[in-house]
Design a protein around this ligand. Structure first.
Ligand code: B4P
Length: 191
């Protein structure tokens, strides 16, 4: 059976992690979050984690080779999965091309890119709100939060054109209650 592979896309704080939980449960897909994978490396104090910690705390992306390597390993380890929700990956054109090539090798491809759209002031409010309780260093300072949004606009947002050219982009309004946004996402997937 053909796998369902969804790229859940959007700026930092758009709700990718929040919505991934509902979508993986509803559709029986595997959740692959590069942010969560990197935070696990940091927690385990691996050499990769030490390198990632500095970049993430400064609001910068970690190098493509690192995240591409992590995702390739996980895809190879789950050949029987029904499909995947890619949360926070790809974030650069090189990552998107590497993902397409890896999926092609296993006879699969991206089904849809769901792009959550939220304006900057709302993102800043959400992330600083989380930073007040989560202990995530990249959510604590407004300067770092805005740097992450700039990184997104420069390096990541152009991927909408990449998937649009393949007819796979669906833009989703990311403002509203969490349940309302889940409903918008499921309508796009089911349609
Ligand atoms: P990520 O872990 O991917 O996370 P994120 O961009 O901060 O946020 P997300 O959109 O998942 O927000 P969430 O649902 O949690 O990235 C962190 C860092 O890791 C990056 O900056 C980068 O350094 C590095 N990294 C990760 N992947 C990489 C890659 N592929 N390449 C290079 N570097 C990479 O929601 C945020 C907050 O909003 C929460 O508090 C939530 O409760 C709230 N919220 C959610 N939905 C809401 C709603 N509808 N209304 C109000 N609040 C809402």
């Amino acid at each position: 059976m053909k796998k369902t592979n969804i790229v859940l896309f959007g700026p930092p704080g758009a709700g990718k992690g929040t919505q991934s939980k509902f979508l993986t449960e509803r559709y029986g897909l595997e959740h692959l979050s590069t942010g969560d994978l990197l935070r696990a490396e940091i927690h385990a104090e691996t050499p990769l984690g030490l390198q990632a910690r500095e970049l993430m705390s400064a609001g910068e992306l970690v190098p493509d080779e690192i995240v591409v390597g992590m995702i390739k390993n996980l895809l190879e380890e789950s050949p029987d999965a029904k499909g995947f929700i890619f949360d926070g990956f790809p974030r650069t054109r090189a990552q998107a091309e590497a993902l397409d090539a890896t999926l092609e090798k296993i006879g699969s491809d991206i089904t849809l890119m769901l792009a959550l759209e939220v304006e900057e002031e709302e993102l800043v409010k959400r992330l600083l709100g989380r930073g007040a309780t989560s202990g995530r260093p990249d959510d604590k300072s407004e300067e770092v939060v805005r740097k992450r949004i700039r990184e997104y606009e420069e390096k990541t947002a152009p991927l909408k054109d990449y998937y649009n050219a393949q007819g796979k982009l669906r833009k989703i309004n990311g403002v509203g209650s969490i349940a309302e946004i889940t409903a918008r996402l499921t309508t796009a997937i089911d349609g």
